[in-house]
Design a protein around this ligand. Structure first.
Ligand SMILES: [Zn+2]
Length: 259
């Protein structure tokens, strides 16, 4: 990686107070989470696109839950990678560090991130189809399929935004507010083509933030990024983290240790 660009970005980060991070499937894939898309998404003879819909759930809730139960079983043992861990550690370096994620695996929280906006929901949460109460459910495998609400007996559904469903408007609003308030935005492991999340990096740029993209391959957004680092978040973020902490120490600002 080109050292001048790293030095420049380090300098910008050392002066930044508010940082927002948008993450997608790429950072989870580095931990070994399957994308559940394309041939990765095949379960029995079904494609993700035919199971992750409200219509599929209405038709056959047990089938949809069997699929989620299988996915939860695959994700349960997966650990956050060094990229997730650096982002969690940055909570102590910046006044405000928010993660906006399209991932549903909960790996940012597992790494210790506290301020996470989960645009597409969380596979470890369930929602009552009658009273819409959201609760955590970490049992895997599930003891009962389909699971039912302990309060009212109605069907529970995964707290996940399915194909054809709208994102939670209040979460989206929060994501845009964080984006427009930040001084630096990282775009990590997402091709940034699926709306509305795709418009976040552009909104950050328009609001005057520096936008840093870390992806294996260039994306449609890359020409607009202030910095593009091709590669793995699990390698690039730790490198940036070391440089940033060195720079903060040299500048007399203590970088808190112990993550
Ligand atoms: Zn209920």
């Amino acid at each position: 990686m080109d050292d001048k660009r790293i030095a420049l970005l380090t300098e910008i980060l050392a002066g930044a107070r508010r940082v927002a991070v948008l993450t997608g499937a790429g950072i989870s894939a580095e931990s070994g989470v399957p994308t559940f898309r394309g041939k990765d998404g095949l379960w029995k003879q079904y494609r993700a696109e035919t199971l992750a819909t409200p219509e599929a759930f209405e038709r056959d809730p047990a089938l949809v839950w069997e699929w989620y139960d299988w996915r939860r079983g695959l994700i349960a043992p997966v650990e956050p990678n060094p990229g997730h861990r650096v982002l969690a550690g940055w909570q102590d370096l910046f006044e405000d560090l928010a993660v906006i994620t399209q991932n549903v695996d909960g790996l940012h929280e597992k790494a210790g991130s506290r301020n996470v906006v989960e645009l597409h929901g969380n596979i470890w949460k369930v929602r009552c189809t009658r009273d819409h109460t959201v609760s955590e459910s970490r049992l895997t495998p599930l003891p009962e399929i389909p699971p039912r609400c302990p309060d009212c007996g109605a069907l529970l559904r995964p707290h996940i935004v399915w194909f054809g469903e709208a994102l939670d408007a209040s979460l989206l609003e929060r994501a845009f507010a964080l984006t427009e308030a930040c001084q630096v935005m990282f775009v990590i492991g997402t091709s940034a083509v699926v709306q509305p999340a795709a418009s976040l990096p552009y909104a950050a740029g328009r609001a005057g933030a520096k936008v840093v993209e870390i992806n294996l391959e260039p994306t449609p957004f890359t020409p607009r990024a202030d910095f593009f680092f091709p590669g793995k978040a699990g390698e690039i973020l730790p490198l940036l983290d070391r440089r940033l902490r060195d720079s903060l120490r040299a500048g007399g600002r203590d970088a808190p240790q112990g993550h």
